[in-house]
Design a protein around this ligand. Sequence first.
Ligand code: ADP
Length: 354
Amino acid sequence: MKEFVKKRLSLTITLVLFVFGVLMITFLVAGGITILLQYMDIISSSSQTAQNKSQNPGFHVLPLIYFLGFCILLGTAFTAFLSKKALNPIRKVIDAIHKVASGDFNVKVDIKGIGELEELSQSFNKMTQELSSIETLRSDFVNNFSHEFKTPIVSLRGFAKLLKENNLSEEDRQEYLDIIIKESERLADLSTSVLTLSKYENLGIITDKATFRMDEQIRRTIVLMEPKWSAKVLTVNVKLDNVIYIGNEDLTQQIWYNLLDNAIKFSEQGGLINISLTKINSSILFVIQDNGPGMDELTKAHIFDKFYQGDTSHSKAGSGLGLSIVKRIVELCDGDVHVQSEIENGSTFSVTLK
Ligand code: ADP
């Protein structure tokens, strides 16, 4: 109850007290002045003699009109003076809104005391905080995007220029051509990933739903990637429950593909990957565990950020978009994705789908 009054009624109570205060001050001052004038015999009191009243019947009405007029003037003056102070918090919010409109998202409003206005200032500060983090994300995205595209392009141009030289050995020529092919493939993968992510980010709901066997889909993905994991002599243990799922097959396929691709990529030669799919009531739990190098706390905190790559040397092929795509798809499926990992102790990704 106290909380309700503080949050919902304090503005009303403050306004009522304000008006009451102005009226009281006005009447006290006007009353005081009237008494003073009567005392000084400048205006007459109502206790006029019967003779006076009969001589001038409207005489005692006039002071009342003066009094009321004076009250109105005085009240208006007090209101003009005090409302400036009372409206100060609103002025602060208006100034802050102007700043936000001109692009300054770091502005904060601090209003204390009046419940509703305090709530307004808190919501306002939350809004500017959100806007500023969206702005940071946007500019980070543009920076990362430009950086990721520029690097392979610069390298392509450099090696293409070298190829133009006449005194190149056949061995060097082949090496430069291989680099050009690799870099152009990287560029093509990057463009595909950016387009895929942007497509999924703009997708509000999942369309083209169908009923399919999820365990079969995961098995197919593992077989599809066999060349990659057998090249590293990895052991892949699979334990999949029979799961019938209604969803978009292309989307879920990308979850398994990206997570398995990472597990293979980050596993050492001869490593082990465990994959399981379990039905728990109405949810499905997919777990993929590797015994690769694991991640530190900083890497774990950022792996779902766009373009983030734990290994800044970019020694492993990748764009830093795979897990952003996984996260977006899982969000679209109303699910969750988690990671458990420790340096030198491998990584475990768990995906829950409803
Ligand atoms: P990419 O693999 O293209 O670099 P991702 O978005 O798929 O981009 O992954 C982001 C980062 O998360 C990787 O650069 C890596 O640091 C970390 N990561 C992802 N999966 C694993 C894994 N299984 N083991 C260790 N680190 C991983």
